[in-house]
Design a protein around this ligand. Structure first.
Ligand SMILES: C[S@@+](CC[C@H](N)C(=O)[O-])C[C@H]1O[C@@H](n2cnc3c(N)ncnc32)[C@H](O)[C@@H]1O
Length: 243
């Protein structure tokens, strides 16, 4: 069971506001490319692909890469910008044993109820030595993400997410070791005003899990920041690579 429902309302908000622009993703393109080394015939799984924006980006950056998209929530699959999206989950992946060259999990690990079971299943589908790439806001790592400045009450929600060490420990039980853990910057919005105008509570798990009062206070902070702020909103999330 994910932390939030990913029902029609969540999926619509996510599809509408959480697809990052390609020109803000140069850091992710470089980092993923370095670890995956895309080449003809290589197969990457976008696990928990949501509405498919990362699959779409990978296919446009590396047309020779075979990208498989899997997502458990029907409402997210129905709004996906790519096709096909197969039903499945981290502990039940519709792929053959040792058939994949990489697995990508973007802002998914906090929704997985049993990380050790997921690690075993990912181990099953990956070729020996192939990487799992985990893009996430991990517990204790809110400092470089603007959302948590505007909504400081949401830090407590983030601190309930898995930590880097917790994910490493869970995946170690399936034989994975850490290959890299690196911060990666992205342009989340062209301006604070754009961030304010496009914010949807239903699109962000941490904002769904704070009180209405805390959410309203955060919206007021963001509205004020939009009045005075200039320049793009650049956030840094982590990329944890395990092999
Ligand atoms: C914040 S969204 C991220 C979507 C997409 N990866 C992205 O970055 O745009 C989290 C996604 O994880 C999916 N999810 C929840 N539980 C999951 C599980 N056990 N295995 C795989 N995906 C899961 C949700 O349905 C949702 O689509």
């Amino acid at each position: 069971m994910a932390l939030i429902a990913y029902d029609d309302a969540d999926a619509a908000a996510f599809a509408q506001t959480r697809h990052l622009r390609d020109d803000g993703l140069a850091g992710w393109r470089a980092a993923v490319g370095r670890h995956v080394r895309p080449a003809p015939g290589k197969r990457l799984l976008d696990l928990g692909c949501g509405t498919g924006s990362w699959t779409r980006a990978f296919r446009s950056w590396w047309p020779a890469l075979d990208v498989l998209a899997v997502e458990p929530a029907a409402a997210m699959r129905e709004r996906a910008v790519i096709a096909p999206v197969l039903p499945g989950a981290a502990d039940d992946i519709p792929a053959a044993h040792a058939s994949l060259d990489a697995v990508w999990l973007s802002t998914v690990v906090h929704h997985i109820p049993d990380l050790e079971a997921a690690a075993r299943e990912i181990r099953r589908v990956l070729k020996p030595g192939a990487p799992v790439l985990i893009r996430s806001a991990f517990a204790g790592r809110h400092e470089a993400i603007h959302l948590f400045r505007w909504f400081p009450e949401a830090v407590a929600v983030l601190d309930g997410y898995p930590s880097v060490a917790g994910v490493e420990a869970a995946f170690a039980t399936a034989g994975f070791g850490t290959a890299a853990c690196e911060p990666v910057a992205q342009v989340s919005a062209r301006s604070v005003a754009e961030a304010a105008a496009t914010l949807r509570r239903a699109a962000h798990t941490p904002l769904q899990l704070i009180s209405d009062e805390a959410y309203a206070a955060g919206v007021a902070r963001l509205t004020e920041a939009a009045r005075t702020g200039s320049g793009p909103v650049v956030d840094t999330l982590d990329l944890l690579v395990l092999r």
